[in-house]
Design a protein around this ligand. Sequence first.
Ligand SMILES: Nc1ncnc2c1ncn2[C@@H]1O[C@H](COP(=O)(O)OP(=O)(O)O[C@H]2O[C@H](CO)[C@@H](O)[C@H](O)[C@H]2O)[C@@H](O)[C@H]1O
Length: 756
Amino acid sequence: MASIGSSSSPPFIIEKKGESRRVFSFSTFRPIKNRSVGFLNGSTCGVSLFSDKRQLWRFKPMIVAASADGVGGGGDDSEDTLQATIEKSKKVLAMQRDLLQQIAERRKLVSSIKSSITDQDENEIFHEQKDISFPNVDPPSSSSDRMDEDKNGNILSSSRVNSIVKDVPEVLSSDEVGEEPKKHLPSEKTSSNIGPTKQLKTTNSEAPKSDVLPSYLSGSSDTAQVKVEDNENLTEAGLEEVNGAVDTPAVEDEKPPPPAGANAMNVILVAAECAPWCKTGGLGDVAGSLPKALARRGHRVMVVVPRYAEYAETQETGVRKRYKVAGQDMEVTYFQAYIDGVDFVFIESPIFRHLQSNIYGGNRQDILKRMVLFCKAAVEVPWHVPCGGVCYGDGNLVFIANDWHTALLPVYLKAYYRDNGLMSFTRSVLIIHNIAHQGRGPVEDFYNVDLPEHYLDLFRLYDPVGGEHFNIFAAGLKTADRIVTVSHGYAWEVKTSEGGWGLHNIINESDWKLRGIVNGIDTKDWSPQYDVHLKSDGYTNYSLETLQTGKAQCKAALQKELGLPVREDVPLIGFIGRLDHQKGVDLIAEAMPWMMDQDVQLVMLGTGRPDLEEMLRHFESQHRDKVRGWVGFSVKTAHRITAGADILLMPSRFEPCGLNQLYAMSYGTIPVVHAVGGLRDTVQPFNPFEESGLGWTFDSADASKLIHALGNCLLTFREYKNSWEGLQRRGMMQDLSWDNAAQKYEEVLLAAKYQW
Ligand SMILES: Nc1ncnc2c1ncn2[C@@H]1O[C@H](COP(=O)(O)OP(=O)(O)O[C@H]2O[C@H](CO)[C@@H](O)[C@H](O)[C@H]2O)[C@@H](O)[C@H]1O
């Protein structure tokens, strides 16, 4: 055994162990056998070459086998050999210095590219996307033009697109690093915004791949040995760099792989409304948040929605298409935005314009025409609209249509494309948010939807109420590959004659493809801790820890804002929702005399049926000291009521899922609900003996039942403070996020994908 340097330097000991010797490289321990690679020549040169122990400690030993005729293998001490070794080593060191410099340069460049991309505001990014979009890309016939095809004409599915991104070399050459990121690749954005197809890997913390490194740093079998004589020229920082680059695995930017893994799909959700741009109710919330949760799972996700007004965040793509609607040629253009990992595509046409505050306005024919145009255009979005520079394509693609407004999409997908051998790998899922609205009309309406005659039977329906009629939801339900309702309870209800509104037979026949999935909530928008609407006017954000003080402050702020007496001890009851038969507003009206005999305050926010709006105003004028009836649509007020109220009343006659009770529970507001559909699924009744449950439920749409449940709730509020706090805390501690629901949606999407 011979030592290099002092005997107290264990890592530098060359240990003769059979045919093996311990020598030094930048690599970690890696036995390399039967190779003649060692160049350090035992003890004699070792002492002279290693002069700085601090630096030497950075080299990690490696066992190599030294053959008898190798430089280091024969024990030859001749002057010539030593000189040759030194010369060789000098060269190696020079190369190494070079490499260090290159690495430093690359890091600088990569981090400057990274930061410039991160700093880019959305507009700049959209601008770039606009620049690279290919206007008027033709449908599949002109395949060579298509953005979503590779050079061989293969349509790029999401996995293909992802693999393109992955295929970007992990270590770019200096020249490559100096260039702008390639135009056809999506730009990297801040981490919260990185979607699967947008992720351009950068290199600053990645270990360079051995195949792009000189062999002497690669750790490959030809690992050269460090020339130690001149190593004083290698500064500590330099070594740090090298060690960092070579030995340290990239951890900084690494995230666990997205949960969807190999099941990642292209998903396009198509809806008539989408929060925050256009929303009249829960559908808008779902369209705005489910896609983000799917994107977090690793899917490439798009939302397609009409453009009812100018939305600041969106950029025109330059793509224009024409579609026939009821014999009339209509042009659409596409706008887009990329937010929280999701591509939002807005379809612009004169027939959608100026409807922002009246999305479903106009007569039946007007609405029908809008939905025909919207669905016709939406189904071709994956061909025409490049998102992040690359169209989605129609492979590995599932559309999610929502309610009757977009129930034509599954039908068009089948009639125009799949029946004609196009979009063969595209599937559709139809979500039932509310089956009470179906797109009914006279049978003649069929001639406005532009389909071959033999499709009429899909739409034709007879029921005792409507007689023989044209029914869009019926056709969508029959044609979609999978159906989802927004709760388990509702999945059961829609199969009954009471809950199916005439479609129960079709749904029963489709039972094999039906599933109930309870909605989630967008925990970014609807969280008492971060709610942007609680940052002013005396409101405050609060959490489980600050529940008592924070919620009390919000209650006082709400009372003040509404002009009600500011009292902590009075229970403040809220109602938020569309004013129609579904929401059971008339039950509240019936219970009003009893309620007004109690020491309570009531605030009701809603729009809808004019008679019910008038009723709200009437309540307020009769009980100005206790009641506020806010007729209008105000997201801010909805958030503030949810935070400031003690109790949320939801006496809905039917409720497919209901989001307000979910929002309420996450804000420590106790729901009192009619146990139907999603309300029954999500509000477990309070059990005072076990101190369990989340609120109060009543089992029929009856004012006396409502009064009974609300009476118990008020009693608990007044007399059993600990139980009340327990209810609040249990509600707030639930995981109501979309992530759970998204996982279940993924199962449905997969089932659709593999269905033939
Ligand atoms: N005047 C007003 N001002 C401000 N905001 C208002 C408002 N009126 C209602 N909202 C908001 O609109 C949403 C309503 O959601 P819901 O789920 O309660 O009802 P909706 O019946 O519209 O949805 C349907 O679809 C959803 C989604 O699937 C199902 O949960 C539901 O059961 C089904 O009826 C909530 O975000 C609420 O705050």
